[in-house]
Design a protein around this ligand. Structure first.
Ligand SMILES: O=C(O)CCC(=O)C(=O)O
Length: 283
């Protein structure tokens, strides 16, 4: 069960204790004004130009697109898994190199701001110490579409390439990863992050064993069809510049349908403690 404790601005910079609350006590943090309007708009225009210029790095879906491809797409079912793995890291390198006009590297800027919130340094994650994972993911959810399926990150770990998932498990506490995202553009209606009172530990259903309809049913047929009680939901209304941190590996969650005429645009990454005691981030 989720301990329903919502942390607010005053809880930032608490270092280890905030990370403990997020990972072990399964709290969430919502911080307003993490980015100001100027930062949001500058990131939006820079990233829109990058998306147009590097269309090959887009992962298009019926409800929106991600840039670059998220690590979760590196699974074992590709016809040429080696080329696919290299493809992921070359797209990651393109995103990692993007800079804002006169304001520096986007990934560095976000990392530094999240380090201030968490009170801990964050290190980029490098696969086999040679290939750096993407340091952020841009997620554009289209107006009038369905948002993001009900999921928790642990529900698709089994789909990753076996060598990548065993590497991740050996290097970071991936099963207790937290997600950070900030809202660059809020929709007029909908687009809430919805946290269910269900965790992976108590309800472990693999995502590829569920239907699209179940994964978009906020009433929770994903849970009730498998004998679990009707879930309760905690929605968080999106606001431009707001940052959200929550235990995404464990807590079942989704992004509600995007109403109105404005796309929902976020940028974020995952954070987990490394087996060496440092903290790492990737997308
Ligand atoms: O709104 C976002 O950027 C993604 C939220 C989410 O589903 C996640 O972080 O796992």
């Amino acid at each position: 069960m989720i301990r329903k404790v919502k942390l607010m601005d005053d809880d930032t910079g608490m270092g280890t204790s905030l990370l403990t609350k997020l990972t072990m006590e399964r709290c969430e943090l919502v911080q307003r004004g993490f980015l100001d309007q100027t930062d949001c708009n500058l990131m939006l225009s820079t990233l829109r130009a990058a998306v147009d210029h590097h269309a090959e790095c887009l992962l298009s879906m019926p409800d929106g697109y991600f840039f670059p491809h998220p690590y979760s797409t590196v699974h074992g079912a590709e016809t040429d898994p080696e080329a696919f793995l290299e493809g992921y890291f070359s797209m990651a390198a393109i995103a990692n190199s993007l800079s804002l006009p006169n304001a520096g590297n986007i990934a560095d800027l976000l990392r530094k701001k999240v380090e201030c919130v968490l009170g801990r340094p964050l290190n980029a994650l490098s696969y086999n110490e040679t290939h750096t994972f993407a340091k952020f993911g841009l997620r554009v959810l289209l107006a009038g579409k369905n948002g993001i399926d009900i999921h928790c990150e642990n529900a698709f770990l089994h789909q990753l390439r076996p060598d990548m998932s065993s590497w991740l498990k050996a290097h970071v506490d991936i099963e207790r990863a937290i997600s950070f995202f900030t809202i660059l553009q809020a929709p007029e209606v909908g687009g809430e992050l919805v946290l269910f009172n269900k965790t992976w530990d108590e309800f472990s259903v693999k995502l590829d064993e569920s239907t699209y309809e179940e994964r978009h049913d906020l009433k929770g047929s994903l849970f009730t069809n498998r004998g679990a009680a009707m879930p309760t939901r905690h929605p968080y209304r999106p606001e431009q510049g707001q940052a959200v941190l929550f235990p995404a590996a464990q807590i079942w969650h989704c992004i509600n349908r995007i109403g109105g005429g404005t796309d929902r645009v976020t940028i974020g990454f995952f954070v987990a403690e490394g087996k060496d005691g440092n903290h790492y981030f990737w997308a």
